[in-house]
Design a protein around this ligand. Structure first.
Ligand SMILES: NC(=O)c1ccc[n+]([C@@H]2O[C@H](COP(=O)([O-])OP(=O)(O)OC[C@H]3O[C@@H](n4cnc5c(N)ncnc54)[C@H](OP(=O)(O)O)[C@@H]3O)[C@@H](O)[C@H]2O)c1
Length: 231
């Protein structure tokens, strides 16, 4: 099958690429700073016998998203889109809130996934299984927010969750399955060195969830162990 992964330079995005290639799938990888941050991906691409293609992609830039979608489309139909790119944003309290920073985080995490999905829909429609996954977070759950803080990240992921629900409803008649995925707390640059899960464990679990997903699962919020997350 043919996958797209955004934010593929490091962390969970890079691990998605590794595991998908290992099991024989083809991957179109989007990388924010292609010249600076794609050495590992380029090496993987060289060994992949054409199954990995690497493209520049800034999910906040409509022109970049458009060029990415055109390049992906040229490669043929797409089966699964993984909207993985994301940023953490600031951690300051309300009195010091950097509102521009909150908007940047929102633009990347919430609108970025919608921009990429919209641009790739025609290519996904030509694919065999019409599946879209958005990397959200438990931090975006209204129900589970008992600690507060992390304004930028929480607001952006809550908005992404609503975006997923809308996409699920809009695309249900066409047989799409759209999921919100929580990867656990994984040891990446974002998750930090004390996180309990390795990126390998996290992505292995998420791919199992994605593989098992059926159209009746559309609009669900599921973690890397297959457990439901409360909205
Ligand atoms: N790690 C966790 O514990 C955890 C928990 C819950 C949810 N998540 C979610 O899982 C996803 C992946 O997280 P991670 O831990 O792998 O994060 P990460 O290590 O910080 O990697 C983030 C990736 O997103 C890319 N990116 C950032 N802004 C972008 C933009 N404007 N356009 C395109 N790509 C962009 C980065 O590119 P550069 O390398 O060029 O900066 C990088 O490849 C995120 O959506 C995150 O919110 C992670």
């Amino acid at each position: 099958m043919r996958y797209v992964t955004t934010g593929a330079s490091r962390g969970l995005g890079l691990e998605f690429v590794r595991q998908l290639l290992e099991r024989g799938d083809a991957v179109e990888a989007g990388v924010l700073l292609l010249e600076e941050n794609a050495d590992v991906l380029r090496a993987l691409a060289r060994e992949s016998k054409g199954r990995l293609r690497v493209h520049p992609l800034d999910v906040t830039d409509p022109a970049s998203v458009g060029a990415f979608a055109r390049a992906v489309d040229k490669g043929g139909p797409l089966d699964v889109l993984i909207n993985n790119a994301g940023i953490f944003g600031g951690t300051e309290p309300l009195s010091e809130l950097d509102f521009q920073g909150v908007l940047r985080t929102f633009d990347t995490n919430a609108l970025g996934a919608l921009r990429v999905t919209s641009a790739l829909l025609p290519t996904l429609r030509r694919g065999s299984i019409r599946r879209i996954a958005c990397l959200s977070s438990r931090a975006g759950s209204l129900t589970e927010n008992t600690l507060g803080g992390l304004y930028a990240y929480r607001l952006s992921k809550a908005a992404l969750n609503m975006g997923v629900r809308n996409l699920a409803m809009e695309l249900r008649p066409e047989g799409f399955t759209v999921l919100c995925l929580h990867p656990g707390w994984a040891r990446t640059d974002m998750g930090g060195p004390t996180a309990p899960q390795t990126p390998e464990e996290s992505v292995q679990g998420l791919l199992q969830v994605l593989d098992r997903a059926r159209t009746e699962d559309t609009g669900r919020f599921i973690d890397f162990r297959g457990q439901e997350v409360a909205w």
